[in-house]
Write a protein that binds this ligand. Structure first.
Ligand code: 5RP
Length: 223
C-alpha cells in the first residue's frame, strides 16, 4: 500500500469507529489536512445519520458542506463527542505535532473540548522523539519579530511561513531544530511568549487513540 492508501485505510477505520457510536446528540469534530479530507469522504456515506459536525478550519467546513454534512459553530455545540484529525508527528505517548496545514489553533480548541480525540495517520508519522517536523507556532502579526527572538532563546530556529495567513488572520513561524525532549514543558514555554496564539504541540492534551496505517495493517495505540 502506498501512503495515500494507508491514509484511506485509517480514515475508513475512524469513520467506522464514529458510526458505531452515533446517536441523535453526537457532535463530530473534524480535522484538517489530507487524511482528514479522506475521513470527510467516508463521513459522506452516512451523512443522513449525522446530527452535527464542527470544523477545525474554513477549508474543512467547505468540504463538509459541499457533501451536505451538517456543520455547526462550536459555540452552539453542547459537546464534541469525538474529534478525528491527522498529525504531522506522533510519539508513543500519543503526543503530537500538528499544524502543517496551519489550522493548529482551531484544532487545539476542538481537541480541548472533545470527549475523545482520535488521531489518524500513516505509520511514517510515528517517531521516538518529536521535532524532526518543524513545529508550527501561530503568532499575532505585530509580534512576529519578538516571538522569533524568544524562540531563538529557547534553542529553536524559527522560519516565517511566507505568504500564509491563518483562518484567524495570524502568521505562522515554523520552528526547526527544536529539541523536544519534554513536550509538555516546551508546549507551555512557547505558549508563555507574548504574541503567541498557540503552538502545534499537542502534549498537554494528547490524542486518546492513535490509529496508524502500516504495511502490516492497522495498529491502534490507546492512552
Ligand atoms: C493541519 C494538521 C494536519 O493534521 C497535519 O498537517 C497532517 O496532515 P496530513 O493528513 O495532510 O498529513 O495539523 O493543520
Amino acid at each position: 500500500m502506498d501512503q495515500n492508501e494507508l491514509k484511506k485505510a485509517v480514515a475508513q477505520a475512524a469513520a467506522n469507529y464514529v458510526k458505531d457510536r452515533l446517536d441523535q446528540h453526537t457532535v463530530i469534530g473534524v480535522g484538517t489536512g489530507s487524511t482528514a479530507n479522506l475521513f470527510i469522504e467516508c463521513l459522506a456515506e452516512f451523512r443522513h445519520d449525522i446530527n452535527a459536525t464542527v470544523a477545525s478550519s474554513e477549508e474543512t467546513a467547505k468540504r463538509l458542506k459541499a457533501l451536505q454534512i451538517p456543520v455547526i459553530d462550536l459555540n452552539s455545540a453542547p459537546e464534541v463527542t469525538v474529534y478525528v484529525d491527522g498529525a504531522d508527528e506522533a510519539n508513543s505517548y500519543l503526543q503530537l505535532i500538528k499544524g502543517g496545514g496551519g489550522a493548529l489553533t482551531r484544532e487545539k480548541i476542538i481537541a480541548a473540548v472533545a470527549k475523545e480525540f482520535v488521531c489518524i495517520a500513516d505509520g511514517s508519522k510515528l517517531v521516538d522523539v518529536l521535532g524532526q517536523f518543524p513545529l508550527p507556532v501561530e503568532v499575532i502579526p505585530m509580534a512576529r519579530s519578538h516571538v522569533a527572538r524568544e524562540i531563538v532563546k529557547l534553542g529553536g530556529d524559527p522560519v516565517y511561513r511566507e505568504g500564509f495567513i491563518t483562518d484567524n488572520g495570524n502568521i505562522i513561524l515554523d520552528v526547526h531544530n527544536m529539541s523536544i525532549v519534554d513536550p509538555r514543558t516546551t508546549e507551555s514555554q512557547l505558549n508563555q511568549i507574548t504574541g503567541v496564539v498557540t503552538n502545534g504541540l499537542f502534549a498537554l492534551r494528547p490524542a486518546d487513540k492513535l490509529i496508524l496505517g502500516t504495511k502490516d495493517g492497522l495498529k491502534t495505540l490507546t492512552r
